[in-house]
Design a protein around this ligand. Sequence first.
Ligand SMILES: [Zn+2]
Ligand SMILES: [Zn+2]
Length: 372
Amino acid sequence: MKTGKAAVFVKPYKFEIKELPTLPVDPDGILVKITSSAICGTDLHYWRGELKPKAPGKPGPIILGHEMTGKIDSLGSNITTDSMGQEIKEGDRVAFPYFFPCRRCYNCMRLEFNNCPNRFRFRGSIEELPYCNGGFAEYYYLFPGHFVFKVPDELPEEATTSVNCALSQVIYGLQQGDMKIGDSIVIQGAGGLGINAAAAASEMGAENIIVIDGIENRLELAKKCGATHTININEITDKNDRIEYVKKITNQRGADIGLEVVGYPGVVSEGISMLRNGGSYVEIGNIWDNSDATIDMSQLVWSMIKLIGIAHYDPYIIPVALNFLVRTQTKFPLTNIISHKFALDEISDAFQQSEWTGKNSTNGLTRAILVP
Ligand SMILES: [Zn+2]
Ligand SMILES: [Zn+2]
């Protein structure tokens, strides 16, 4: 029986490295050897205990990690192509969604695969699923029927890690915000999602891309990746001045779309105030339990603001993201988002260094990856 190492999340701030068996490979399944896995803001919320696992079943130790890429280790005997019909074989690099629509529910029937209520059913406690299967592990199993896409040879490893979370998430978010050429976009947060969002908005034809954060080196990278303006909250400390700044850039109208990728509800009201009448506020970051925000609802009504919650993406966004990366490789230094690499055994150190709350600088860290 094949086994692999996994970093099991036992309780907040505590991982344990365990050797676990891999899942048996069905003729229609694929076992992926994970080659890199990023620490996403979502993982930090779990680590701090702010977010409880969404998988059904009894609570217990789980394997985190979802922003990842890898190579096909074992290909089910029935599989010869990826979801686009391209030939695939063992050893090929692949990108894939980290959730599993059930295709047996109302939302799946309506082709809303990213909103299937059962999509995390394979991510429960390791007491129920005692396998080496996760982002922060050596292996990840793609169950039968799963979407999978071959990674173009010209893309470096560092470019592909973010494809199945940060990058696809923000491309889908901008689409759902109904982004149009010439729009002005406000992006709250310059972490992995925010920087990818700046690049995607630029490629989609935005006129103004205003990125807000408190960490200067992230804002510098955002500028290289498409941001036309940045706001450092430690320099413009009054939120009314920040709102005024956005209005000034947008001929006093306000932005067409606001993208929340900070992950703290305190920023929502400010982001909405930066929008034009009829603008869209795309909420992506506030994923943790009890993310209560105070919003003046009359502002939504009188300005006809659309508030759009977004989690995950349509599977077809992954090849869109891969092609975007190939096309813009020399234009945006998106690979520079990955600033630190750690071995799986060093996961606790990687999380401590990735923690950004309460810090004005992150020692240059923008995104850390684990290399299992
Ligand atoms: Zn993520
Ligand atoms: Zn479903």
